[in-house]
Design a protein around this ligand. Structure first.
Ligand code: ME8
Length: 526
């Protein structure tokens, strides 16, 4: 069985999870589910990054001991993962001394053995929001551009990692795509960083200043730099450094690290440098998505402009939130979210869209065909072409072409199926979801065009074939949406009694009965 190892970042537990964290986890979850559906043995890792100055200060502010504080917040991140049906295999916490520390410390020792760690004095500007030293180009009027806080001047002795030594090897791997950075714009950004010169990185902090961290092996006056600690989670969780490292041997190298664009340099430059130093293989790919913006600015705990995902979920349900972030945020760019837009999409895609189609088709099957229709003769189906309207082309931003008239419903499903799989291979989840929504819109137009509710009275066989085609478009849309909105897709397969979807277009009977609306309409006053 082919394996697929996928990771999300591990999130700082300095504040509760917000929609940005849910976004990355849903993206990773869609890819994990998609690969499971394709028969891969998937290991999906997520977790929390619990050490460092940022977390320790938040604990202090809350009047709590760091350990008690991180336990509480890590539980909230786990709750978020449950709420949004994140199908992770393991949840790693960097404060877990039994699970994470042995791997982090072993990796440190490997870097040390390779003589890539040296002690030096350093004076620089440290941004706690970044948990990194910053330079003038990261600042505006003396404040961090991303976090809008003033960095602190730090002068201390610590260990440095000889990252500069590995620049050309990292560049080679990126150019050869053995370390595949997606999308291309981010790949170019990393190449430019490498061209621009890379300095060695401070890899520890004095434990008197930063006691909340992993002690440096053999020198307890220092704790590991929080990013050195955090990046090692991707192998420590698999058992690296522990007696049982079976998972490490089975799943490393990682197939894809899913991250936001804010942490590109750490993953595409520092992490590969650490792996080279330790003699370990690179991850195969890194997929970098854009940011969710709120009011035009990155949604961030530090900026305080966050949307509470739990509240959204309570009002609209898990799948509405999952769908919004996948279908409405471009996979490779930033996307703004407002509650108004969220409600518009809920109404268009769910109550008026998929929910309405499910109940209309199920009711027609019950009313006109005693609750079951059977696959009609192919010849009959082939006589019912599907017109591609201008509106459909507009949805996908595509030119209307010769192909704009599909000989059959099956033909458009097969065309979209190819595009769907290609999009998911390219991590373009947004494009993959558009294929599904396109089929659902066609389903709607198809019913309007052929009017099966009238047709059944004139020609029952033809009416059944039209209804079959409409149901097929709907079921194929749900089939495509299985990784994105798994609960809704499963409900639809249940309503029409087609198992768990099985192979695309493999169903021979479709049953249906009238049901309560899947997605209630929003009360306009609220
Ligand atoms: O950086 N839009 O943790 P973090 C989209 N602990 N994604 C967002 C987002 C937004 N507005 N805000 C956060 C850290 N994210 C480190 C990572 S990994 C070894 C250590 C997502 O809590 C996005 O994936 O600041 C981003 O990269 C990550 O959360 C940063 O989370």
């Amino acid at each position: 069985m082919r394996k697929f190892y996928i990771t999300s970042p591990i999130y700082y537990v300095n504040a509760p999870p917000h929609l940005g964290h849910v976004y990355t986890n849903v993206v990773a979850d869609v890819l994990a589910r998609y690969h499971r559906l394709k028969g891969y043995d998937v290991f999906f890792l997520t977790g929390t990054d619990e050490h460092g100055a940022k977390v320790a200060r938040s604990a202090h502010k809350a009047g709590k001991e760091p350990k008690a504080f991180v336990d509480e917040l890590a539980a909230q991140f786990q709750e978020a993962a449950r709420t949004f049906h994140i199908s992770y295999t393991d949840f790693i916490r960097t404060s877990d001394q039994g699970k994470h520390w042995p791997g982090a410390q072993k990796l440190w020792k490997q870097l040390d053995d390779a003589q890539d760690l040296y002690k030096a004095s350093y004076k620089g500007l440290y941004c706690v929001g970044h948990e990194a030293f910053v330079t003038d180009k990261d600042l505006k009027n003396g404040r961090c551009l991303e976090h809008d806080i003033e960095p602190e001047v730090i002068e201390e002795e610590n260990y440095f990692f000889r990252l500069s030594k590995y620049v050309s090897k990292i560049k080679e791997a990126i150019l050869a795509d053995t370390l595949n950075i997606k999308p291309p714009a981010r790949r170019n950004e990393v190449l430019a960083m490498l061209e621009g010169g890379v300095e060695d990185v401070s890899f520890s902090r004095p434990s008197k200043d930063i006691p909340w961290g992993i002690p440096v092996p053999g020198d307890d006056t220092q704790t590991m730099y929080v990013w050195c600690d955090a990046l090692s989670n991707y192998i420590s969780a698999l058992g690296y450094g522990r007696t049982n490292d079976e998972n490490f041997r089975k799943y490393w190298p990682c197939d894809v690290h899913v991250i936001g664009k804010d942490i590109l340099r750490f993953h595409a430059v520092i992490w590969p440098g650490m792996l080279l130093s330790a003699g370990l293989p690179f991850p195969k790919s890194i997929f970098i998505h854009g940011h969710i913006l709120s009011g035009g600015k990155k949604m961030s705990k530090t900026l305080g402009n966050v949307i509470d995902p739990f509240q959204l979920q309570q009002e609209y349900g898990t799948d509405a939130v999952r769908n919004f972030v996948i279908s409405e945020i471009p996979s490779f760019e930033d996307g703004d979210i407002t509650i108004e837009r969220f409600r518009e999409i809920y109404t268009a895609r769910f109550s008026n869209g998929i929910g309405n189609l499910v109940s209309r088709i199920a009711t027609m099957i019950e009313r006109f065909f005693n609750g079951e229709i059977k696959k009609p003769d192919q010849a009959l189906l082939d006589n019912l072409p599907l017109k591609i309207t201008d509106a459909a082309c507009h949805v996908l931003g595509e030119e209307k072409t010769e192909e704009s008239f599909y000989s059959s419903v099956q033909a458009i499903i097969h065309t979209e199926e190819r595009k769907y799989h290609q999009a998911l291979e390219d991590f373009n989840l947004n494009r993959a979801a558009q294929s599904a929504w396109l089929l659902l819109r066609h389903c709607d137009w198809y019913i309007q065009e052929y009017q099966p509710f009238k047709l059944v009275k004139e020609d029952k066989n033809k009416g059944e074939a039209v209804l079959w085609n409409a149901a097929t478009l709907l079921l194929a849309g749900a089939w495509f949406l299985r990784p994105m909105i798994p609960e809704t897709a499963e409900k639809i397969f249940e309503i029409f009694n087609v198992g768990s979807g099985g192979e695309l277009l493999s169903w021979n009977e479709i049953t249906g009965k009238s049901i309560q609306p899947l997605f209630p309409r929003l009360d306009l006053d609220t």
